[in-house]
Write a protein that binds this ligand. Structure first.
Ligand code: LLP
Length: 463
């Protein structure tokens, strides 16, 4: 078995990787609903609109680059996950994908819970009024201060990641007179990415406690003895951008095996299991993600079947989708600055952002789509590469793109499916200012995270 994290070909290739985008799309003006947010369409004048607002107007009012987020789409996806899992399961949105106070309020209103993995994410959640008992606190190295803050706030669960943390959280909870609900994160020896997974040897990583060698069982044994902890279940997260459910199947099998061992040894049936996040989305038309209801059905069936086999009561399931909820809801709007044809190779299209607002292409060889959005064009297509304005040749936003051959400075182009892990991983490299997040809904736009200013940069620099 092999692993394929983000199949993409060589990073600096002059030519398209074999078998990849062999032909330009039939219609460059078409917007594939798989990769664009739900309300995105092209109006009669050829201008792309989202939530009823033209991108040209958004660019005028809010500038570029900007992340434009379709609020109706976000809510619809959150609701779809909630409905798919029903009331016997819990959906925790993974805040690391993208978190802001507006997002927290939408999640609260749509009945989702929230997974946070740092003091900063916890502070954002609490400041927006997310009820603490609907927050799960993650992380492989939570500081004692973070733990104390989470316990004091009354978070619904802390996901314990190491033997030391078991003791640390127990001690802090006990000293505060609290019995903290916890899950224990284990590594089941499965790592899944995209279409493939590896079912051996992937315990060599920083997260969780390995199932192998009885370590996870020992962790549960210790946690069950500590007064400060109420062990509610086992947690497993197997990877990112997964389309293939077989990795979850193996993970569930192994988690249920542990639940059975715990029952046999301690007479305790832990009531919950969390299968993490990692469900894939379409970045290009080649990707075929599953719908939430299919995922819910598959996961529920797997866990139920495994529990029946082990004669266990089926535990309450929780999941932690991040990318699958927010990823498709946003696109990044850029203005084209320069268009540089390189004879016999391709045309380099430079935009006013780059690796500071989307590091995923440089970091993971991630693939994206792109379209001209400020007008329609019937020009011939050209093979392009969309690059940023940073002082680095790896500053690539879309490695292999087909765009209309009449693309010119001043045109607006947009890269869809940038809602997850773009703003949340944005940097100030080259002192470039991080773009705003503009939420659009029913013909109205609202800034939910404002654009960074030079003043913001200089405020941190104390001279
Ligand atoms: N739960 C846990 C415990 C996680 O570690 C993660 C992601 C999630 C849930 C949410 O996974 P999602 O459904 O969003 O795939 N920066 C990378 C992704 C790193 C994900 C880390 N953990 C990227 O841009 O692809």
């Amino acid at each position: 078995m092999s692993r394929s994290a983000h199949p993409a070909g060589p990073r600096h290739a002059d030519v398209l990787p074999e078998g990849h985008y062999s032909a330009p799309p039939a219609d460059l003006n078409a917007l594939d609903p798989k990769v664009w947010a739900q309300t995105v369409e092209r109006d009669a004048d050829g201008v792309v609109t989202v939530g009823g607002m033209a991108v040209t107007r958004l660019a005028e009012e809010y500038g570029t680059p900007a992340y434009v987020l379709d609020e109706a789409d976000f809510r619809a996806r959150a609701r779809a996950w909630r409905t798919a899992f029903g009331t016997d399961a819990d959906v925790f949105y993974a805040g690391k994908a993208f978190l802001s106070r507006a997002v927290v309020r939408w999640l609260d209103e749509e009945g989702l819970n929230l997974d946070v993995c740092s003091g900063g994410e916890l502070a954002t959640a609490l400041s927006a009024g997310m009820p603490a008992d609907r927050i799960a606190f993650h992380g492989n190295n939570k500081s004692p201060e973070e733990i104390e803050r989470a316990v004091r706030a009354g978070v619904g669960r802390i996901v314990l990641d190491s033997f030391q943390e078991i003791v640390r959280v127990a001690h802090i909870a006990q000293s505060l007179g609290v019995r903290q609900r916890v899950q224990i994160r284990i590594t089941v020896g499965v790592e899944a990415h995209t279409h493939e997974f590896i079912a051996t040897a992937h315990e060599d990583q920083k997260f969780g406690i390995p199932l192998a060698g009885g370590q996870a069982a020992e962790a549960v044994r210790r946690a069950l003895q500590l007064d400060g902890l109420e062990v509610i279940g086992i947690h497993s997260h197997i990877g990112s951008q997964i389309f293939d459910m077989s990795g979850f199947e193996v993970a569930a099998h192994r988690v249920v095996g542990l639940l059975k061992d715990i029952r046999d040894e301690h007479g305790v049936e832990l009531p919950e299991i969390d299968l993490g996040g990692g469900l894939g989305i379409a970045y290009t038309s080649d990707d075929d993600p599953r719908e939430p209801h299919e995922i819910a059905k598959a996961l529920t069936e797997i866990v139920t079947r495994e529990c029946e086999g082990a004669r266990l009561r089926t535990p309450r399931i929780s999941v932690e989708p991040g990318r699958a909820i927010v990823g498709p809801t946003a696109f990044t709007l850029y203005e084209v600055g320069t268009v540089k044809p390189l004879d016999g190779l391709r045309t380099y299209v430079s935009v006013d952002g780059g690796m500071s607002d989307n590091i995923r292409t440089a970091l993971y060889d991630a693939e994206y789509s792109v379209a001209l959005v400020s007008r329609a064009s019937d020009a011939e297509s050209m093979l392009a590469r969309v690059v940023g304005k940073h002082c680095e040749s790896g500053d690539i936003v879309v490695k292999d793109a087909f765009l209309p051959g009449d693309l010119a400075p001043g045109d607006l182009i947009a890269v869809p499916a940038t809602g997850a892990y773009c703003r949340s991983m944005a940097s100030n490299y080259n002192h470039v200012l991080r773009p705003p997040v503009v939420a659009v809904r029913d013909g109205e736009a609202r800034v939910i995270v404002r654009r960074e200013t030079e003043e913001d940069l200089l405020r941190l620099d104390v001279g």
